[in-house]
Design a protein around this ligand. Structure first.
Ligand code: CUK
Ligand code: CUA
Length: 620
C-alpha cells in the first residue's frame, strides 16, 4: 500500500489519472439546466453589488498577496509584499525599497490575519517569505505592506505564519535546519551543528513595526506546517516534523524511512516567561531559548509518516494531522496530552524531548478509502472537517466527533490548501470552501506548455458540498484566508496632514533645495501636472548635475478616491506611485547625463497624458 502511495506521489501522472476519472463525474452531477443556472446565480454578483468575503491569498513565489472577492472569485488586487512590482512602483520608492532590503523576490506561503480573542480582527495580515527568511505585515486599512523583518538563523520559515489567539506572537518554524549565526559547518556535522529554529515575533500595531522577541532552538528536524492552540490549548503551538531521520540528501527518499515522525507541542507562554526572566543566552543580540531547559515546555507525539499539515479545531480541543504518505487524518486530543503530561506518563525520549505514546493522545484515525495525499484541514460551524487530497484530487468532508466521512468532491486538480470562510477562527461560519490547486491541466483556454493554477469554490452550507466554479489563478496558491468583508475597514484616501514630513499641500510651497551634490525636491503631483519648483520658469522640469543624488518627495494633493498618480523616469528604470493624499519619496543618483522625460504612469484624468515633466542631467 505504502509503495503504491509513494509511486503515486512521485509520479504525478497517476494523480492526474485519478483526477480525470473524477472529471467525468462532475458533468453528470450538474446535468440539469436549472441546476447549472442556480449554481451560476450563486457566484454572480451584479454590477454595483459587492462580494461577501475577501479571499486573501498566498501568491507563492510571486512573493505577492492576491485579493479576490467571494463568491464571484473576481480578482480585485495584487498587493506587492516580498517582490518588486512595477505596476505600483513597489521596491522603487524609498520606503518599500528599504523594506525589501535588496531582495527582488520572495516565496509567500501562508497569510494570517491578526486575531483578537481567536477571531480575525481585520487590521493586519502577516506573511512568511520561505525563500529569503522574512516576515511581512500588510496593513489592511490601506492594503499596503507596512513592515518587513529579516529573520536570522532560519532555514526558510515555511511552517509559519500563524498567530496566537490575541496576536501576542506570530510564530515561524524553520523548514531546513542550518547552523546559526551564518556559521559554516559541513553536512557531516548536521546532528550537532545544525539547528531547527522557531522565530517568535511580536508586532506593534501603533508603531507598525516587528520585533523578534525570541527564537526557540530545536533538534535539526524539518518543521513543517504548524498551528496555534485556541481556548484550552491557547498557550500551545503544535508543529509537524518530517525529517526525524536527519536526512540531508534527497537522492533517495531519506526523510521518509521511518513509519512515524513527530508532532511537537510547545508551550509558548512558559518560554516567554523564561525569556522575561532574562536568563536565556543571546546570539547576535537574539534571545535563544532551548525548551529542553524549561520544564514542561516541550513534548513530542508520534504521528503517521511524513505529516504535512496540522490544524487545531475551532474549539481548541483537538489537533488534526494530515499524513501525506500515510493517507489518513489523525485526530489527537489536547486533553489526553495534558493528562499524560500531568501523570508524567511518557513512552521515552528523543533528543531530551519527552515523547507521549501515540495511543495516549490519539482519538481516532480517519481513512477514507482511496483518498490519497491528505495535506491540510479546514473547519465549518457544525463540527465537520474538510481535507484536501493532493494525489486523488478531491476534498473530503468528515465529522470530527465520529470520524464518519460525509462527502467527497473532485477538484481540478491536485489541491494544496483549502480555506473555509472564517476558517482559522474560533467560529468558522461554514459557508464557503476554496481549494487552492496546483494544476489546472486543460481546464481553461491554452496558454502554451505551462497551465495556470486554479481555485475551486464550494458552497459548504448544505449536507454535501456543492461545486460552484473553477477559476484560473496566478502562481502559486498555498494558503489563503477568507474573511467577512465587513471586518475590513479601509480608508480610500490618505488624510491630509500638514505636519507630515516632506509633504507639500499648496502649489506655492513646491520647492527645490540643494545641499552640495544632493538635490531635494518637495513637490506636488495633481491633475494634471507636477510642480517641482513654484518659482521656476518651468515648474515641472528639474535640472541637476551628473552624479547628484536626487530625492523627489511628491505629495498627491488630489484628495479624491482613486486619483493615484504615477511617476516614471524614462531610461532610469524608475517608477513610483503616489496615492491620493499620500507623500512618497524616490531617491537615486543621476549617473547618466542627458534629457529624460518624466510622465504619469497611472491614468488619472482626461489630461493624464499631459501630466509630464523633464529631468535634465548636465554632463560633468
Ligand atoms: S504548504 Cu503549499 S500546499 Cu507551503 Cu502550506 Cu501545504
Ligand atoms: Cu496623474 Cu496620470
Amino acid at each position: 500500500m505504502l509503495n503504491k502511495v509513494l509511486t503515486a506521489l512521485l509520479g504525478l501522472t497517476s494523480g492526474l489519472l485519478v483526477a480525470t476519472v473524477f472529471f467525468a463525474d462532475i458533468g453528470k452531477q450538474d446535468d440539469g439546466a436549472s441546476t447549472l443556472q442556480s449554481v451560476a446565480e450563486k457566484v454572480y454578483v451584479p454590477q454595483g453589488q459587492k462580494d461577501e468575503y475577501y479571499l486573501l491569498s498566498s501568491g507563492g513565489h510571486s512573493g505577492q498577496l492576491f485579493v479576490y472577492g467571494v463568491p464571484s472569485m473576481r480578482k480585485i488586487r495584487t498587493v506587492p509584499v516580498f517582490s518588486v512590482d512595477a505596476a505600483t512602483g513597489y521596491g522603487f520608492d524609498k520606503h518599500s525599497k528599504e523594506m525589501l532590503g535588496g531582495y527582488t523576490w520572495g516565496d509567500f506561503h501562508h497569510p494570517a490575519v491578526s486575531e483578537t480573542a481567536g477571531d480575525y480582527d481585520g487590521e493586519f495580515l502577516f506573511a512568511n517569505d520561505v525563500a529569503n527568511n522574512r516576515i511581512a505585515a500588510v496593513d489592511l486599512t490601506y492594503f499596503h505592506t507596512a513592515d518587513i523583518l529579516k529573520l536570522p538563523n532560519m532555514g526558510g520559515p515555511h511552517a509559519g505564519v500563524f498567530v496566537t489567539q490575541n496576536t501576542e506572537y506570530i510564530a515561524l518554524p524553520t523548514r531546513f535546519a542550518r547552523p546559526v549565526s551564518d556559521e559554516y559547518a559541513a553536512l557531516d556535522r548536521y546532528d550537532e551543528a545544525y539547528k531547527g529554529i522557531v522565530s517568535m515575533v511580536q508586532f506593534d500595531r501603533e508603531e507598525r513595526k516587528f520585533n523578534l522577541a525570541y527564537q526557540i532552538v530545536l533538534p535539526p528536524w524539518s518543521y513543517d506546517l504548524s498551528d496555534a492552540g485556541k481556548k484550552v490549548s491557547g498557550d500551545w503551538i503544535v508543529m509537524t516534523t518530517y525529517n526525524t531521520e536527519f536526512a540531508t540528501s534527497n537522492q533517495e527518499i531519506n526523510a521518509s524511512q521511518k513509519d512515524r515522525d513527530y508532532l511537537v507541542l510547545i508551550n509558548w507562554r512558559k518560554l516567554a516567561d523564561q525569556v522575561a526572566t532574562g536568563d536565556v543566552p543571546e546570539v547576535d543580540g537574539v534571545k535563544m531559548v532551548d525548551p529542553r531547559d524549561v520544564e514542561g515546555s516541550i513534548f513530542a507525539v508520534p504521528t503517521p509518516k511524513s505529516p504535512h499539515g496540522v490544524d487545531v479545531t475551532p474549539d481548541g480541543t483537538r489537533f488534526i494531522a494530515a499524513g501525506k504518505l500515510a493517507p489518513l487524518m489523525t485526530v489527537f486530543s489536547f486533553q489526553k496530552a495534558f493528562n499524560a503530561i500531568e501523570q508524567g506518563k511518557f513512552a521515552g525520549e528523543e533528543f531530551g524531548i519527552p515523547v507521549i505514546a501515540y495511543e495516549d493522545v490519539l482519538e481516532r484515525e480517519v481513512d477514507p478509502p482511496g483518498a490519497l495525499g491528505p495535506l491540510h484541514t479546514q473547519f465549518d460551524d457544525r463540527g465537520n472537517a474538510f481535507n484536501t487530497m493532493f494525489i486523488s484530487s478531491e476534498v473530503v468532508k468528515w465529522n470530527i466527533d465520529t470520524g464518519q466521512v460525509l462527502d467527497r468532491k473532485p477538484v481540478f486538480y491536485s489541491p494544496g490548501h483549502a480555506t473555509s470562510s472564517e476558517g482559522d477562527t474560533v467560529a468558522p461560519d461554514g459557508k464557503y470552501l476554496i481549494a487552492g490547486n496546483k494544476i489546472a491541466k486543460d481546464s481553461f483556454l491554452s496558454v502554451g506548455p505551462s497551465h495556470p493554477e486554479s481555485a475551486d469554490l464550494f458552497d459548504i452550507s448544505g449536507d454535501t458540498m456543492q461545486h460552484l466554479v473553477s477559476v484560473p489563478v496566478d502562481p502559486e496558491p498555498h494558503y489563503s484566508q477568507m474573511i467577512k468583508a465587513d471586518k475590513i475597514k479601509t480608508e480610500v484616501v490618505y488624510a491630509k496632514d500638514e505636519n507630515r514630513p516632506n509633504s507639500v499641500w499648496a502649489s506655492k510651497d513646491a520647492r527645490v533645495e540643494r545641499k552640495g551634490n544632493e538635490v531635494h525636491v518637495y513637490g506636488i503631483a495633481m491633475r494634471s501636472k507636477y510642480i517641482f519648483d513654484a518659482e521656476a520658469e518651468r515648474p515641472d522640469a528639474l535640472t541637476v548635475k551628473q552624479g547628484d543624488r536626487v530625492v523627489f518627495h511628491l505629495t498627491n494633493i488630489d484628495l479624491d478616491q482613486d486619483i493615484t498618480h504615477g511617476f516614471g523616469i524614462m531610461d532610469y528604470d524608475l517608477n513610483m506611485e503616489v496615492q491620493p493624499g499620500q507623500t512618497n519619496t524616490l531617491e537615486f543618483v543621476a549617473d547618466k547625463s542627458g534629457v529624460f522625460p518624466i510622465y504619469c504612469t497611472n491614468f488619472c484624468s482626461a489630461l493624464h497624458q499631459e501630466m509630464s515633466g523633464y529631468l535634465l542631467v548636465e554632463p560633468q
